[in-house]
Design a protein around this ligand. Structure first.
Ligand code: ADP
Length: 273
């Protein structure tokens, strides 16, 4: 093995730009951010502190992956960020909107118009064609559909010949591409993706990640994904790590090997019974 091969395998802190929890970057003008959020489920003996004073910003036009051992608080952080769950204390902001200051109706409108969602289980409406699924939120919000942008999104995701099909007539990969198109069509301030490749085979998963990456690079889309897959996380510009409800560090411009070794360390250190 040559010296340069050795360098490529080096996953030490210096090599992968590891920063510890205290030094995690908070961008000046992020697309979204959480400040000192705490989320406690239950009370008394059954109390669980799912998030314990987490602060992190998600920069515009970048893709951030959230990783951590099972039970570390990833889903809770994503749900609080998306306004799908409330925090016990602290602040969540999408752009300049403080979610705790919004009424239920305002929050619904914000989620519909300013946030794009991609779920592990696709969550398409089974009775609607792919085209109607993609444009549903625009129609619900009584916004017109920008046909140029619709065409571009459909072509990027290579689903033009599937537009008349219902979800049951599509493969998993095609359904997830429709879901990504549905998220992109609004040009949302942020796309929040929860294990977007969790139900896909390797190749379909890679395709979906490549499309999300293109959206970041060509259209400055902001994307945040939760994943437990180091290869999926390596598509991100930055990976932030949670353990035991706390932010424990980040890697910028990560490689799969660097992410993999970090997550293994965290799993060994923080394994919950
Ligand atoms: P992850 O996504 O990293 O696996 P979660 O955010 O799902 O972690 O969970 C973090 C912690 O909060 C875990 O201990 C989990 O059991 C707990 N938790 C999550 N949701 C609930 C809930 N609805 N009620 C009680 N505890 C919960």
């Amino acid at each position: 093995m040559t010296t340069s091969d050795m360098d490529n395998l080096d996953t030490s802190s210096e090599a992968d730009d590891w920063r510890t929890g205290d030094d995690v970057t908070v961008a000046e003008d992020p697309a979204a951010r959480v400040d000192h959020i705490v989320k406690i489920y239950g009370s008394g003996d059954t109390e669980v502190v799912a998030l314990d004073d987490v602060s992190v910003g998600f920069e515009k036009g970048r893709m951030t992956a959230i990783m951590g051992p099972s039970g570390s608080g990833k889903s809770t952080l994503l749900h609080c960020l998306a306004g799908l769950d409330t925090v016990t204390s602290g602040r969540v902001k999408i752009g300049d909107a403080d979610l705790s200051e919004l009424s239920d109706k305002e929050l619904t409108v914000l989620r519909r118009d300013r946030v794009g969602f991609v779920f592990q289980s696709f969550n398409l409406v089974p009775t609607l064609t792919a085209e109607r699924n993609i444009t549903l939120q625009r129609r619900l919000g009584r916004h017109g559909v920008d046909t140029d942008w619709f065409d571009k999104v459909v072509d990027i995701l290579e689903i033009r010949d599937r537009l008349d099909h219902r979800p049951s007539e599509l493969s998993g990969g095609q359904q997830q591409r429709v879901a990504v198109a549905r998220a992109l069509i609004n040009k949302p301030e942020i796309i929040i993706a929860d294990e977007p490749t969790g139900n896909l085979d390797h190749n379909s998963g890679r395709e979906v990640l490549e499309f999300l990456r293109r959206a970041v690079e060509e259209y400055r889309q902001t994307v945040v994904i939760v994943t437990h897959d180091a290869a999926a996380a390596s598509y991100a510009d930055r990976v932030v790590f949670l353990a035991d409800g706390q932010l424990v560090g980040e890697i910028n411009n990560p490689t799969t090997a660097a992410i993999f070794s970090r997550i293994q360390e965290l799993e060994a250190q923080y394994a919950r019974a």
